[in-house]
Design a protein around this ligand. Structure first.
Ligand code: FE2
Length: 289
C-alpha cells in the first residue's frame, strides 16, 4: 500500500475503531434464524473492527446451527483438520485421550496470542472464525482480542521497515508436525510451512495476518528488523491501554471475526460442568474493505 493510500485507510480505521468490548456486542434471536437487521448490525461492527460478539436470546446451539449462522456471512468453506468433527466444526473442550489431547487448545491451559491456522499451507489460510460458547467454564477462560489492522497500523507508524520484515516470504517457519493419527501411529501430519506475517489478499487487498507468540516450534527469520518488529508487537499486545478487548463469553454468546489475534486465560472445569465451545474456521473472509 503506497503512503497516501495508507494514510487515508489508516485515518478511516482509527476513526471508527471501537474502544470497549461492549461496543462489539449484538443481540440476536438465535443462531439458526438470523434476521436481516441482526445480520446488518453484525456486519456494521465487523467493518469497524473485524470482529463482533453476538448474544443469542435462545440458548439452543449445536454444530449445525453454528454452520448455518456462519453461512449468512458467506462463510462456507470450512477448514477440516485432524481435530474437527466430520462436519468441519471443532468442539473445544478438555480432551484427556485421543488425538485432541495432544494439542493445547483441548486442555484447560492458557493460550498465548495467535491467529488461527498460522501453521496452515498458503492455499488454506484461515480468514474467518466463529467461536460459539455452549457452556462457559466454572472460572477462567477469558478471551483477549486484537484487530490485526490495528497491529499493522501501530507497527507501520513505529517503523515502516517492520512491515517489510513481516511481509518477507520467509519471515515465519513452522516446522513439520509429527504426531499420532487416529490409529495412534506416529506420522507426519503436515510439512513445514514458511510464509509472511502480513500478506494482502490478491483478490481484494484485504490484510491477512499469521502470528503466534509461542516460543517453541516456530523459527523466525534471523534479521535485526524482524526481531525488533517481533519485540514491538509483543509489547503492543501486552499493553492493556492498547486497542485490545477482553471478554469472557457466556452461554449463548459467540465471536464472529476475520481471524483476529486472540488468546485465552486458563480455566477450571468441575465434573458436572465442562467448558464447551464450538469453533468453525473458514477459508472465506466475512467482510471486505
Ligand atoms: Fe485460536
Amino acid at each position: 500500500m503506497d503512503h497516501s493510500s495508507y494514510l487515508a485507510w489508516r485515518e478511516a480505521r482509527l476513526d471508527h475503531h471501537p474502544h470497549r468490548a461492549e461496543e462489539l456486542m449484538v443481540e440476536i434471536g438465535g443462531l439458526a434464524d438470523l434476521g436481516e437487521t441482526e445480520k446488518a448490525a453484525i456486519l456494521a461492527i465487523c467493518r469497524r473492527s473485524n470482529m463482533a460478539i453476538y448474544r443469542c436470546c435462545d440458548d439452543f446451539s449445536d454444530r449445525a446451527a453454528v454452520r448455518s449462522f456462519a453461512a449468512n456471512f458467506g462463510l462456507l468453506r470450512l477448514d477440516h483438520h485432524l481435530c474437527t468433527n466430520e462436519d468441519g466444526v471443532s468442539e473445544i473442550s478438555v480432551a484427556t485421550a485421543g488425538v485432541r489431547s495432544e494439542y493445547v487448545p483441548y486442555s484447560n491451559n492458557s493460550l498465548s496470542w495467535h491467529t488461527d491456522g498460522y501453521y496452515n499451507a498458503p492455499d488454506r489460510q484461515i480468514r474467518a472464525i466463529v467461536l460459539h460458547c455452549a457452556n462457559p467454564a466454572v472460572s477462567g477462560g477469558e478471551s483477549a482480542l486484537f484487530d490485526p489492522e490495528m497491529a499493522y497500523i501501530r507497527l507501520r507508524d513505529e517503523n515502516p521497515a517492520f512491515i517489510s520484515a513481516f511481509e518477507h516470504p520467509e519471515c515465519m517457519i513452522i516446522p513439520a508436525n509429527k504426531g499420532p493419527d487416529h490409529a495412534g501411529v506416529r506420522v507426519q501430519i503436515r510439512p513445514a510451512i514458511c510464509g509472511p506475517v502480513f500478506s494482502g489478499d490478491p483478490r481484494d487487498g484485504t490484510l491477512h495476518m499469521r502470528y503466534s507468540a509461542r516460543k517453541r516450534n516456530i523459527h523466525w527469520r534471523e534479521d535485526k528488523t524482524t526481531t525488533a518488529a517481533r519485540d514491538f508487537l509483543s509489547e503492543l499486545l501486552a499493553d492493556d491501554s492498547g486497542p485490545l478487548f477482553r471478554y469472557r463469553l457466556q452461554k449463548g454468546e459467540g465471536l464472529i471475526c476475520n481471524n483476529v489475534l486472540h488468546k485465552r486465560t486458563a480455566f477450571e472445569d468441575t465434573p458436572g460442568h465442562r467448558r464447551l465451545l464450538y469453533r468453525a474456521r473458514f477459508y472465506d473472509r466475512m467482510v471486505s474493505g
